[in-house]
Design a protein around this ligand. Structure first.
Ligand code: XCC
Length: 623
């Protein structure tokens, strides 16, 4: 690596593990990033097109070389098409994850998914009601079956509006109808995006971007929302619970099992198997004190939120966790799993297991989980992990874990407020809390690991802005100690007073990537209580270290829902001034919100504070 370890990550476990990886000659994501530099300028600007086989084409940004692709598409069309396909891929990933959960729900209803159950029947009935399913006097499995069927309809069949958009304020829905971006079907909008971006279909960069909004909304108010809600129905709605974070959660004297990926369908079964007394006894027989399950990335967030399972790290830590030599088994499902992990694990005793029928990885053993075999498969795999303990070599776990609090679902937040959003609204009206901001999304080697998330969160809470976090951002702030009740000492006086009284941290961990919808639902509840629209609220969103197409879909559905959103890394759109202008200004007239890009988190904090103060003024809160 070309620089000192401190230049790559602000975390002490990251720095120490990078040194260890270096001495073990383990290649990391940072090295591969440096090997790619300089990255292709055309691609960075969104000006290269590989969509059809008359190409590949590229547009010369200096105006000297070709200004049109072979088909005749100019810079605006190419940039918009590329961005559209990023949104489609992100929406597809979240929504397909949601579909997998709906299939489990359907199997639970039929009694064909041993080990899975309906953990939150109250929520099941509530959501069934939203789908106009009769619940009175009916058995739980019957309701679950009908709900699964009705949700599947949201994916495919012909509707004018998705069912759960009803949760958005009426004003917001009117905006979507007027702009022609009301999502009609989850799969439909993604499929239509692929169609529109085929050569010779939609060549209006504006109409492409508008459909991008609709496609993203089909994720935020469709696929992701279904994923989040069905996870609650099956595995329980999160409530605040204490947990520990960073690489120090691995144990030198226990069998360490890591779950990595996104869908709780696999990790929940592994969690249950890790409680099995026979398996724990077997671990003891092998000389370990027990079985220690820890998470990475979003499936880790799901387990942390519901069961307080410790979290070993976020996206850029996934290779380094293996380099501790302390992991007996890592099980992955899908999304954000680096294809390099199998190779990394081959240098240690770590067994790598892929579990999803749609995600294979080099150097991993494939053991497919399906609702009907999950329970048995989880038992077998945990047993194999326990047996692997004997093969462990030297381990290196260089830090102590940090305490944090997770599990702030919308129900938990309103619960902490005494049952209604009223106290939060009062605190905002009184100016003690100036507003709220979401910090979400990934890590990206283009930004110093965790620096964007942590700095932005620190700046915002100092300015009395309540912060909600999800995904890898939530893990970053947790590692920095900001998700603990004691972190109120870093907050401004007003936020400190309110959080202190409610005994909540100033940075609330709301869950995984699909749980970003919880933020939308909370924002809708605030808007409805104030009789206004989401875009009028003193709130903002940000993704300071985003990398994935899913993050593009998330940011787009936030803006389309009326939330001003600041991105850290620049998306590949700088090849078109027209696209940039529409996304950063023009959208204000359509959705009442727009994007900004600011890689420096201190400056991003200023943008967000300014936006929040402007919204307060417009609402007449400080007059
Ligand atoms: Fe992946 Fe969800 Fe991004 Fe983390 S934050 S790198 S998408 S794990 Ni959602």
């Amino acid at each position: 690596m070309s620089k000192s370890y401190k230049e790559y990550t602000i975390t002490s476990d990251g720095q120490l593990m990078l040194k260890k990886a270096d001495s073990d000659q383990i290649e990391t994501v940072w090295e591969r990033y440096e090997n790619q530099l300089p990255q292709c300028g055309y691609c960075e600007m969104g000006l290269s097109c590989r969509i059809c086989n008359m190409g590949p084409c590229r547009i010369d940004p200096f105006g000297e070389g070709p200004q049109k692709g072979v088909c005749g598409a100019d810079a605006d069309i190419i940039v918009a098409r590329n961005l559209g396909r990023m949104i489609a891929a992100g929406a597809a990933a979240h929504s397909d994850h949601g579909r997998d959960l709906v299939e489990v729900l359907a199997d639970v209803a039929k009694g064909k998914a041993p080990g899975y159950s309906i953990s939150d029947p109250v929520k099941l009935k509530k959501i069934a009601g939203e789908y106009e399913i009769e619940t009175d006097g009916r058995e739980i499995p019957a309701i679950a079956g009908d709900l699964a069927y009705a949700m599947m309809e949201d994916y495919g069949t012909r509707k004018k509006e998705l069912t759960l958009v009803k949760r958005a304020p009426e004003k917001r829905r009117e905006i979507w109808r007027k702009a022609g971006i009301m999502p009609r079907g989850i799969d439909r909008e993604t499929s239509e995006m692929m169609h529109r971006t085929h050569m010779g279909v939609d060549n209006g960069w504006q109409s492409l971007l508008l459909h991008g909004m609709r496609n993203a909304l089909s994720d935020g108010w469709g696929g992701s929302l279904i994923a989040s809600e069905v996870s609650d129905i099956l595995f329980g709605t999160p409530l605040p619970c204490a947990n520990q974070v960073n690489i120090g959660v691995l144990k030198t004297d226990q069998v360490n099992i890591i779950v990595h990926g996104h869908n709780p369908v696999v990790s929940e079964m592994i969690f249950l198997a890790c409680q099995d007394t026979d398996l724990i006894n077997l671990a003891k027989l092998k000389g370990a004190k027990g079985i220690n399950l820890a998470g990475l990335c979003c499936t880790g967030n799901e387990l942390m939120a519901r069961h307080g399972i410790p979290m070993a790290g976020n996206h850029l830590m996934t290779e380094l966790v293996i380099a501790t030599g302390a992991v007996e088994m890592m099980l992955v499902d899908y999304q954000c799993i680096m294809p390099s992990l199998g190779k990394t694990a081959s240098c240690y005793h770590t067994k790598m297991i892929s579990t999803s029928d749609k995600a294979r990885f080099p150097g991993m053993e494939h053991r497919e989980f399906h609702p009907e075999n999950s329970q048995k498969m989880a038992q077998e795999l945990v047993k194999e992990a326990v047996e692997q303990y004997e093969n462990r070599g030297k381990v290196y776990i260089p830090v102590e874990p940090v305490q944090s609090l997770g599990g702030f679902s919308v129900e938990a937040v309103t619960g902490a407020l005494g049952g209604t959003p009223e106290p939060l609204i009062e605190a905002i009206k009184a100016g003690k809390i100036r507003g709220a901001a979401g910090i979400v999304g990934c890590n990206n080697p283009k930004i110093k690991h965790d620096y964007g998330h942590v700095t932005l969160a620190q700046q915002l809470i100092k300015n009395d802005i309540l912060v909600v976090v999800t995904g890898c951002a939530a893990i970053a702030t947790a590692k920095a100690g900001l998700n603990a009740a004691e972190a109120i000492k870093y907050a401004g006086p007003g936020l400190k007073e309110i959080c202190g009284a409610l005994k909540i941290p100033p940075v609330l961990h709301m869950g995984s990537c699909v749980d970003n919808v919880r933020i939308l639902i909370l924002a809708s509840a605030l808007a409805n209580a104030l009789g206004t629209d989401i875009s009028d609220l003193p709130i903002a969103g940000s993704a300071p270290e985003w990398y994935s197409e899913k993050a593009v879909a998330i940011a787009t559905y936030f803006v389309a829902s009326g939330v001003y959103t600041v991105l850290g890394p620049m998306p590949p759109i700088t090849g078109s001034m027209n696209v940039i202008k529409l996304l950063t200004q023009g959208l204000d007239d359509i959705t009442g919100a727009s994007f900004a890009v600011e890689p420096d988190p201190e400056k991003a904090a200023i943008l967000i504070c300014r936006h929040i103060e402007n919204k307060r003024k417009a609402l007449g809160l400080d007059s």
